[in-house]
Design a protein around this ligand. Structure first.
Ligand code: EPU
Length: 426
């Protein structure tokens, strides 16, 4: 198992330099899944070199695709895709495996998959997916821990109203509907930039999609052919947000390159209201830690609201802000558990219920050995370790690796003493 050892800076704002933001994990994964419904060779660029992309490649290969990824470029060829079973061991590693249900079903007429795994953020059911496939005329059965969905006579057209707003459900049905027999209207859709990016890829392949990025999306079925041009993955707004928070905590001056500031407005507005100065160009952002941070209330929300994926890293910032801050987590029902570990480092955090917590600050943090429970709380623990006094060990590095490329190299390049320790078992 890998872990990070961080020599904390005791709150001293001494980090400086530039960091380049990778392509977005949560755009690369649905676009890789979407490539299955496209003929020819799709070539993606700016693909992050992270564990989840490797898992998605393996899942695609499992149904017959040819995938090669090197130096941020991934080629996906689909001419021999004819298998319908998602490798259960891999599918259980990442929630995004659920994205393949739509594309495998659309391509092969059948998909067999386990309940998808991924970060433990609460219950994370798949009812919206199952109900949606039923609405489009598919048959569902569940046996021995595996679901089988079939569309013997093809996917029907129709209308789905999502009773809960879901990012991957919106993407899954948008992808599958390109192969339906008649138009499909999706209502109460998520509006994340990654959904727009997936729609833009499909449109470049010949799809006719109206309304991606709004709450109603209409998909007209069409033949899809891979575009002749390279498809560039949009910048990762959550990685960028994570480095912004690092800058607000400990930055003398940190500049992010290759990012998309307009995807982060909820975060930058909140940071500014706390006293943080952020300057932006169309694709860079610079941030420094102010002498005093003012406490604030955040409420996570679907895009364009405050992203739930930055809630845990933001809590670390709130421990250093003056006064009482509050967090209302509205997207997931199990995403505040990490606060217990933050309290053990000296944070004054009180969890009132699975959705609500308050944090009083500022409090100095003390080094601790802690294991991140998921990608984003793991990153939050790296931030906490960086702020703290003393040497912390942050375990479960493999979870952080699911979403962040070379995180220790990037943090070290800004001046943070950090090392990765690899333990091998005999
Ligand atoms: N939900 C249901 N039923 C369903 C599907 C979802 O009740 O069938 C609920 C979930 O339990 C949750 C809410 O709907 O309470 C929203 O979840 P959503 O489906 O939108 O999440 P997701 O699509 O599984 C994506 C990201 C997550 C991110 C969320 C919210 C990808 C691959 N994953 O997940 O990213 O937290 O949207 O923005 O796009 C991460 O990158 O670390 C990560 C967890």
């Amino acid at each position: 198992m890998n872990m990070f050892v961080v020599d904390g800076l005791s709150g001293k704002a001494s980090l400086s330099g530039e960091v380049s933001i990778e392509g977005a994990k949560n755009a690369a994964l649905p676009i890789m899944a979407a490539a299955l419904v496209v003929s020819g060779e799709t070539v993606l660029t700016n693909v992050p070199d992270i564990a989840d992309v490797a898992s998605m490649s393996t899942l695609l290969e499992g149904v017959g695709a040819y995938v090669t990824c090197k130096d941020g470029q991934c080629s996906i060829r689909t001419q021999d895709v004819n298998r319908s079973v998602l490798d259960p061991t891999i599918a259980k590693l990442l929630r995004a495996s659920v994205l393949l249900t739509g594309s495998v079903l659309a391509r092969v007429g059948k998909v067999v998959f386990p309940h998808p795994g991924g970060c433990v953020l609460g219950s994370r059911p798949i009812d919206i997916f199952l109900e949606g496939f039923e609405k489009l005329g598919c048959t569902i059965s569940e046996r021995h821990d595996a679901y089988t969905i079939t569309a013997e006579n093809g996917i029907e057209g129709g209308e789905i109203f999502f009773k809960t707003i879901s990012v991957t459900a919106t993407e899954t049905f948008m992808i599958a509907s390109t192969k339906a027999k008649a138009p499909v209207v999706l209502k109460n859709c998520a509006m994340e930039p990654e959904i727009v990016a997936t729609a833009e890829y499909l449109e470049a392949c010949g799809a006719r999609i109206e309304g991606a990025g709004t709450s109603t999306i209409t998909i007209h079925p069409s033949h899809l052919e891979a575009p002749p041009d390279l498809v560039r993955i949009i910048p990762d707004r959550i990685e960028a947000g994570s480095f912004l928070l690092l800058g607000a905590l400990l930055g003398k001056k940190i500049t992010l390159r290759n990012c998309e500031p307009k995807h982060l407005e909820a975060v930058t507005e909140t940071l500014r209201s706390m006293g943080v100065t952020i300057t932006t160009t169309f694709n860079t952002m610079s941030v420094s830690a102010p002498s005093t941070l003012t406490g604030v209330s955040i409420r996570t929300h679907e895009y364009p609201g405050f992203p739930t994926d930055l809630q845990a890293p933001f809590a670390v910032l709130l421990t250093q802000a003056k006064g009482e801050s509050s967090i209302l987590e509205t997207v997931f029902d199990g995403r505040l558990n990490y606060l217990q570990d933050l309290s053990s480092m000296g944070a004054h955090a009180q969890v009132w219920n699975p959705h609500k917590a308050t944090i009083k600050g500022p409090t100095p943090l003390k080094a601790r050995d802690i294991d991140g429970p998921d990608i984003r709380a793991g990153l939050a623990f790296l931030l906490a370790a960086a702020v703290a006094e003393g040497k912390s060990k942050v375990g479960n590095a493999h979870l952080i690796d699911r979403g962040y490329e070379r995180i220790e190299d990037k943090l070290a390049s800004l001046g943070l003493p950090i090392q990765r320790i690899t333990h091998t078992h005999d």
